[in-house]
Design a protein around this ligand. Structure first.
Ligand SMILES: NC(=O)c1ccc[n+]([C@@H]2O[C@H](COP(=O)([O-])OP(=O)(O)OC[C@H]3O[C@@H](n4cnc5c(N)ncnc54)[C@H](O)[C@@H]3O)[C@@H](O)[C@H]2O)c1
Length: 266
């Protein structure tokens, strides 16, 4: 029970495919007390209430682009959990241009700004709300999920690439301030492509999943394995890991050439 006595907030469990769903289940199994949260629309589209029932956890609606919603979430979570917060998972991503089928060379800029707000600036807003409320316990851990399109080109990932670059930068910058303040660490985990509602929205996702599987010596990391990594990052075993982008991708990020892909064996 490596999270025994810890209190956390988990964003982004939409349905049982969501990475955040698996993280929530494992946090509970490892002894943590958690509050679940998602945007109001997710309550209509998804099944978060089922998860809440199963885990005996409370759910608070929060649009992560709205500071007043975040302030309310953080205040209520502390009431429910009976004290300050030890860990937070930001597992939020959505691109309006991808969803509405606009190509990268014909971007709608209002939508692009909304994408940045939802997928990246929300992370800064979340950390600033936690900071202002002095809501994080010493040695706490804040995590966001990201993708390697922040570093390399994946054409169909569109404006999400820049969203993830911004997200990772916020982790480093805010990680500095939180570290100095009270030894809170801030990191991003860069996950393999995973079959979820957000993942499947990317054009050619199934073909890409197979490609990434062959490019990764250990294979694509499943959502359950991502949950294991997240929980280790919330535990006391990783106290000095901060301001990092951590690849959780079966080795994909280090491969230049794959024999499996070229069908020449290893
Ligand atoms: N699936 C993949 O291939 C993959 C790979 C690497 C990283 N990620 C990242 O993992 C994270 C979780 O995505 P997932 O794959 O589990 O998909 P998902 O669709 O299950 O989760 C995305 C979540 O974002 C929430 N969300 C959207 N707008 C919001 C808002 N305004 N306020 C609060 N929440 C909002 C959705 O309701 C949903 O729960 C995302 O950051 C995603 O980019 C996913």
């Amino acid at each position: 029970m490596i999270l025994k006595g810890k209190k956390g907030i988990i964003f982004g469990a939409l349905n049982d495919q969501s990475i955040a769903w698996k993280v929530a289940e494992l946090c509970k199994a490892e002894g943590a007390e958690i509050v679940l949260t998602n945007a109001p629309v997710a309550f209509r589209l998804g099944t978060i209430n089922e998860l809440a029932q199963k885990l005996d956890a409370q759910v608070i609606s929060c649009d992560a682009t709205k500071v007043e919603d975040l302030d309310n979430l953080i205040a209520k979570s502390q009431e429910i959990l009976g004290g300050k917060i030890d860990f937070v998972l930001h597992s939020i991503g959505m691109s309006l241009n991808i969803r509405k089928g606009r190509s990268y060379t014909d971007i709608n800029y209002d939508w692009m700004q909304q994408t940045f707000d939802i997928s990246a600036i929300s992370f800064h807003k979340l950390m600033q709300s936690l900071w202002k409320a002095d809501a994080m316990n010493d040695w706490g851990s804040i995590l966001a999920l990201t993708y390697i399109a922040a570093q390399r080109v994946f054409p169909h990932y569109s404006e999400m690439a820049e969203s993830k670059a911004l997200l990772e930068s916020f982790a480093r910058s805010f990680g500095y301030h939180f570290g100095v303040k009270n030894k809170v660490r801030v990191n991003t985990i860069s996950q393999s492509p995973t079959v979820t509602t957000a993942g499947s929205g990317i054009k050619g996702f199934d073909e890409f999943l197979n490609y990434a599987e062959k490019m990764s010596p250990i294979g694509n990391a499943p959502a359950e394995a991502c949950a294991n990594y997240c929980v280790s990052m919330f535990s006391d075993y990783t106290r000095y890991v901060t301001m990092q982008n951590l690849y959780h991708d079966g080795g994909f990020s280090s491969v230049g050439m794959s024999g499996l892909l070229m069908e020449v064996g290893e």
